[in-house]
Design a binder for this molecule. Structure first.
Ligand code: BES
Ligand code: ZN
Length: 453
């Protein structure tokens, strides 16, 4: 491993400038205007993987954005690791909040700034560099496959079918993923739980066109008012989701399991300060790590309708819209939750409006056992580079393909993420500390070593 570690240290600057090349491509999967950028990003990854030492690297079409697949098979008797990452990124609005443009990466105060710096180009790229370093030094101890997708941030809709079609090609002993975060730099952790998701859009339509609010106000249901009323009825005062049967399948954790979860250090004051809220909220009877880790939640991601331009305009808008997501936990089923949501919404909506409800995407929750050999290898690797044994951690985020991998390929994933709470993923000024970037590359290399032993 000496050669690998010294290779990583010697090539730090080049690694960074190659990452910048990737970060400059605006691969925003949510917007169809960026289709050519998705292609360009996939092609750039193919080049990077070829250069890094893959025997074979291709951009493969799917119903949606291309999947980049690459492999280096040293010997079929050796274990095989399938690396998964995503090269698509979230939209960048509000642009005015960025201190430097999102697709012009730069380093400031030890952090890489730019959309995708952490989620997930920065983290995914670390795998290409760990692989390159081990190939170049002759220290790669196993077979490696890469599958890099371009639709994670929009729910990986076409990946289920794609994985079924390429089951053989994707065969591996374990899937290794860096698309999550750690509790903190001083408290390394490995994610062993992800929440699922059901993502819905609601359209409330009232009058056939905007009305003068003086002439009609008081006599017609205003779709924006009505949508707000509906949304207010989706949760109750105790912080629970009010949809009937929503909690029917929520797994109840034992006191011992809850105590284990709560034994990880959690500082409420810095949590609050980091995100700038005066107080936290949520389901009563649960602490913050439980509210995000093992309990479901419902959030409005966006709401629009009516006049939002400069000055004022007196209207009753004709329509109102909202995008609403629900984070799910074992054993909730995202399709059932979509049905329950629609049924409840229709039952509470005023008969004076039309309501249309559409399902945008969904994904199942995931739990990874900590007694797997691969988990132990990851734990040893983190301990080696961070100097502390990592804690198992339930994250509130979702990566829909992880449960698809388990269901379709029958392979477990290790969520070896290096992000931090301060990385502002999905937000303006996304960033990723250089320290995590370099130390992560070394940790991944150690993972291969321990896993193949
Ligand atoms: N990298 C995140 C997920 C994540 C971040 C998990 C931090 C744990 C810790 C991923 O890119 C993501 O944002 N996923 C989406 C999935 C959704 C669009 C289906 C999410 O969770 O919102
Ligand atoms: Zn993301």
């Amino acid at each position: 491993m000496e050669k690998t570690i010294s290779y990583i240290q010697t090539h730090q600057e080049r690694f960074l400038s190659e990452l910048f090349g990737l970060l400059r491509i605006p691969s925003i999967s949510a917007s169809s205007d960026h289709k050519p950028d998705m292609q360009a990003c996939a092609e750039e990854l193919v080049r990077l993987l070829q250069k890094a030492g893959a025997d074979y690297a291709v951009s493969m079409p799917t119903e949606g954005n291309p999947v980049v697949y690459a492999e280096k098979i040293k010997d079929s008797s050796l274990p095989t690791v399938l690396v998964y990452a995503h090269y698509d990124v979230m939209p960048v609005e509000p642009l005015s909040e960025w201190h430097t443009p999102p697709f012009e990466p730069e380093v400031r105060e030890g952090r890489i700034y730019g959309r995708g710096a952490d989620d997930d180009k920065g983290q995914g790229f670390m795998h290409i560099k760990a692989f390159e370093s081990m190939v170049a030094t002759g220290e790669l101890p196993c077979n490696v496959k890469f599958m890099l997708e371009g639709e994670e941030e929009i729910g990986s809709a076409s990946l289920n079918a794609w994985c079924r079609e390429h089951k053989e090609m994707l065969q591996a002993d374990v899937i290794l993923v860096s698309d999550t975060s750690m509790i903190g730099w001083d408290t390394p952790s490995i994610t062993c739980g992800l929440r699922g998701i059901t993502y819905m859009e609601v359209e409330v339509s009232g009058p056939s066109h905007d009305l003068h609010s003086g002439l009609y106000g008081g006599a017609v249901v205003n779709p924006v008012n009505e949508l707000c009323r509906i949304i207010a009825l989706l949760t109750d005062e105790s912080g629970r989701v009010a949809i009937p049967h929503f909690y029917d399948k929520v797994r109840i954790y034992s006191d011992t399991e809850r105590a284990a979860l709560l034994s990880a250090p959690f500082d409420l004051v810095s949590y609050r300060e980091n995100i700038g809220v005066p107080e936290v909220s949520g389901e009563s009877g649960y602490a913050v790590p439980e509210r995000t880790g093992i309990r479901p939640a419902l959030d409005v991601n966006g709401i629009w309708g009516g006049y939002t331009g400069e000055g004022t305009k007196t209207i009753i808008p004709s329509k109102a819209f909202a995008k609403i997501s629900m984070r799910l936990v074992p054993d909730q089923d995202y399709r059932e939750i979509a049905d329950l949501f629609e049924t409840y919404l229709r039952s509470i909506a005023s008969p004076c409006v039309h309501v249309s409800v559409s399902f945008l995407h969904g994904g199942a929750p995931y739990v990874s056992p900590t007694d797997l050999k691969a988990y132990q290898a990851a734990s040893q690797a983190v301990e080696r580079t961070f100097g502390k044994r990592p804690l198992p951690f339930y994250s509130g985020g979702s990566i829909p393909i992880i449960s698809t991998f388990e269901e379709v390929l029958g392979i477990k994933s290790i969520l070896l993420g290096f992000g931090l709470g301060s990385d502002a993923i999905h937000a303006p000024n996304e960033n990723y500390p250089l320290e995590n970037f370099y130390r992560g590359i070394e940790t991944i290399a150690w993972f291969y070593k321990y896993f193949a032993e």
